[in-house]
Design a protein around this ligand. Structure first.
Ligand SMILES: *[C@@H]1O[C@H](CO)[C@@H](O)[C@H](O)[C@H]1NC(C)=O
Ligand SMILES: *[C@@H]1O[C@H](CO)[C@@H](O)[C@H](O)[C@H]1NC(C)=O
Ligand SMILES: *[C@@H]1O[C@H](CO)[C@@H](O)[C@H](O)[C@H]1NC(C)=O
Ligand SMILES: *[C@@H]1O[C@H](CO)[C@@H](O)[C@H](O)[C@H]1NC(C)=O
Length: 370
């Protein structure tokens, strides 16, 4: 949920808590829905040029998404003819791994559908599957400038190989939503004591919200790095009530990564309700598995590939607090209807059944659960 993210920061609480609810003058982040572009095994960040890539992703954003997107030659705003995000100048790509239900009865897999997230006014964002994207300013200094990403920039948050809470990347977590939290996605800070690093150990009547928080500091030079992570860094945290909460940073970037970029966050809403039969969640077991074979949830990750048109992202970030609010920044940015965003889809490059409404004998790519 959105404004509460900020509310947990004591520094902002007093001045902003009420303002977040309706006063467009003081939000410190852009927040918008992006519908599903395609679900497939393509990953231009980790497996460039590979068709198919190792595991299934859900991708949103500009339809110039492709198996290889060379940082030095791509031009997403020019190469895209539409975007599945609400802000039309945003042809970035955002993607995360899919979640599958594995039947405890017969071992087959079905993809867990995704669902729309809630808006500030209590209605659902007009989005079909997809995810919600945030670009956040520093918590304690709304007037502090953030520097938008350069063309070609990309990064990865989380580590698909991780299987242990103690080594789970900062800023990734799962929340088990009560039925009453279905629309608004739950209260409080992201990745606080209400969240799990792992998949929730029990059925979630309102579905599961996965949060992916990216680092907020950049080395100022590299568009990417060999592990897709070390050119960026989380600012040393001032909030560490939960192991992985330290991603919600202090505002000072380290000398190695001095450039304060907008902090990107995803919320991904998974509709688990058709799998909530308590028989599937017995004896300490839960039946969900990530598309890369992770039955723990500790390997959660997200991929980001910058693709805003010209200086649009910078314009949006600079306008925050000046008549531009999270879901309605029309003073600085162009917005399209949810219907038009939903209409922007793309055929699979890696054509296969990814288990949407069907049962698969194995995970796409023959990925083993381990
Ligand atoms: C994807 O890449 C292929 C091969 O480089 C190219 O032919 C195709 O036009 C690209 N598609 C898009 C949507 O950019
Ligand atoms: C496997 O189990 C699921 C429920 O757990 C069921 O819906 C599905 O039909 C079963 N498939 C087969 C081939 O038995
Ligand atoms: C909620 O906000 C959306 C987008 O601004 C608007 O279209 C919708 O009418 C609003 N709904 C209510 C009930 O206020
Ligand atoms: C997770 O890490 C902790 C601390 O390093 C270690 O004690 C524990 O055995 C690990 N658990 C697994 C399942 O690897």
């Amino acid at each position: 949920m959105i404004w509460q993210i900020i509310a947990f920061t004591a520094l902002l609480l007093a001045q902003d808590a009420s303002a977040q609810r309706g006063n467009p003058g003081s939000t410190a982040f852009l927040r918008f829905g992006c519908s599903q572009l395609v679900v497939e095994r393509i990953d231009p960040l980790v497996n460039p040029g590979q068709n198919p890539s190792t595991h299934t992703h859900q991708i949103v954003g500009g339809n110039s998404f492709n198996s290889s997107m060379d940082p030095h030659t791509i031009d997403p705003p020019a190469q895209s003819t539409c975007t599945s995000c609400i802000y039309t100048e945003d042809t970035s790509n955002y993607w995360t791994a899919s979640i599958y239900f594995q039947s405890p009865e017969n071992g087959t897999f079905k993809r867990v559908p995704q669902m729309a997230n809630g808006r500030a006014n209590g209605t659902l964002l007009e989005q079909e599957g997809g995810l919600t994207v945030y670009y956040m300013k520093p918590f304690s200094g709304k007037n502090m400038k953030t520097t938008a990403f350069p063309v070609g920039f990309r990064m990865l948050a989380g580590n698909p190989l991780n299987r242990n809470l103690s080594t789970m990347a900062a800023g990734l977590c799962h929340r088990c939503l009560a039925a009453s939290e279905r629309t608004m996605g739950g209260n409080g800070a992201p990745c606080d004591k209400n969240d799990y690093g792992a998949f929730p150990p029990k059925p979630c009547p309102g579905g599961i919200r996965t949060t992916v928080i990216f680092p907020s500091c950049w080395d100022g030079k590299n568009l990417d790095s060999p592990d897709h992570r070390s050119h960026v860094a989380y600012a040393p945290g001032t909030h560490s009530q939960a192991t992985w909460n330290s991603a919600l940073a202090g505002d000072k970037c380290p000398d190695t990564h001095p450039v304060r970029i907008p902090q990107v966050m995803y919320e991904v809403m998974f509709d688990t309700t058709q799998f909530n039969n308590p028989d599937y969640w017995k004896n300490g077991k839960q039946p969900l598995v990530y598309s890369f074979g992770d039955p723990t949830g500790y390997g959660a990750h997200g991929d980001y590939l910058f693709g805003w048109k010209g200086d649009a992202l910078q314009r949006g970030m600079d306008a925050l607090g000046n008549g531009c609010s999270s879901e309605d920044c029309t003073s600085a940015l162009k917005i399209q209807s949810g219907k038009d965003a939903i209409a922007c889809t793309k055929a699979q490059i890696a054509k296969e059944d990814v288990g949407t409404g069907s049962w698969l004998k194995e995970l796409p790519g023959g990925v083993q659960v381990m």
